[in-house]
Design a protein around this ligand. Sequence first.
Ligand SMILES: N[C@@H](Cc1c[nH]c[nH+]1)C(=O)O
Length: 387
Amino acid sequence: MNRWLLPEDIADVLPSEARKVEALRRSILDLYQSYGYELVAPPILEFLDSLLTGTGSDLNLQTFKLVDQLSGRTLGLRADMTPQVARIDAHLLNREGVTRLCYAGSIAHARTPVGSAAREELQIGAEIYGCASWEADFEAITLLLSTLNVAGIHKVYLDFSHAGVLEGILDGQNISKEDIELIYGLLQSKDRTRLASWAQCLPPESAQALMTLTELNGSCTEVLAQAQKILPKHSLIDEALSQLDCLATAAAGFSKELELSIDLADLRGYQYHSGVMFAAYVDQLPQPIARGGRYDHVGQAFGRARPATGFSLDLLSLAHLAPQWVRRPAIVAPWINDVTLTRKITELRHTGEVVIQAMPDDAVETAEYLCNRELVKKGDSWEVKQK
Ligand SMILES: N[C@@H](Cc1c[nH]c[nH+]1)C(=O)O
């Protein structure tokens, strides 16, 4: 057996891709910091029960588990950093008022997500705690679109949904957590046959409303007008529709290349979202490139109720879509013991130049650097010359 064979859907990131990923990671974190976000770095492993607090069974299924040899307890390898960041806000920072946090780190999925070919992701995201009103959701959406712009992606389809609509429809019914998760899945796959058979246990008006959700998708104005007309009158539904209206109107001004739509059955995620939800799509991918939304109950599950909203995406997928990075120009220098040469190389590197010292049998040819100049000795000094 090949010892170096990697597990299925787990891959190395090779030089030019790794540089692109790292360049993006830095620019995106700089962008978040320019909005006042503070960077946090939760651990890659945690006790399983803490890692899954306030989340649904999908995240549990996606989490790799292992036994901690020190405590004997089960640990989970994180499959999503958002709940970890909510834990940090709720317990470690314990601040009143608004807190903006951002993060970037590896996550692993026990099963390859649908539409993906990788079980490891480099998740990057931004979260806002302590603000229950639409401004926080709007800032999250703005930042998400700016993140895609940093990667050179401008044509974006932003799809809105709202967990409150389903909550309003099912309000007053005694439905188990498992059944709620089942409905999420059926709505997601728009499986009308199974949804209709499940909905038989509901009063006719609620069953009808549930079925209608699978058809309420399309342009924001049309879907909202349709939804007002056909969904039952309920404070949660009214509130959800007015929040969607407000956000869709605000986001419309973001850019001409942004296409907005609403799909009230698109409740994809790990079932911890409680309000507005959004997913960004691009032409090249069948699944969303980024997901986000409001999840006010996760902090509560950690013992400190805090309004929360944000988004996250996979940097590896983003880098894959980003235009090819140009090769960075470099200077080749000989590898000899010469104080003036060493000083000159240090000087050049300080000014931001790449200087590669050629070792014996080193052709200094890499896919990443364009060695278009060299250091040559002229009299007592060293000078940069075109190759
Ligand atoms: N981490 C969530 C998206 C999210 C971030 N913040 C809020 N929602 C996901 O992967 O579905």
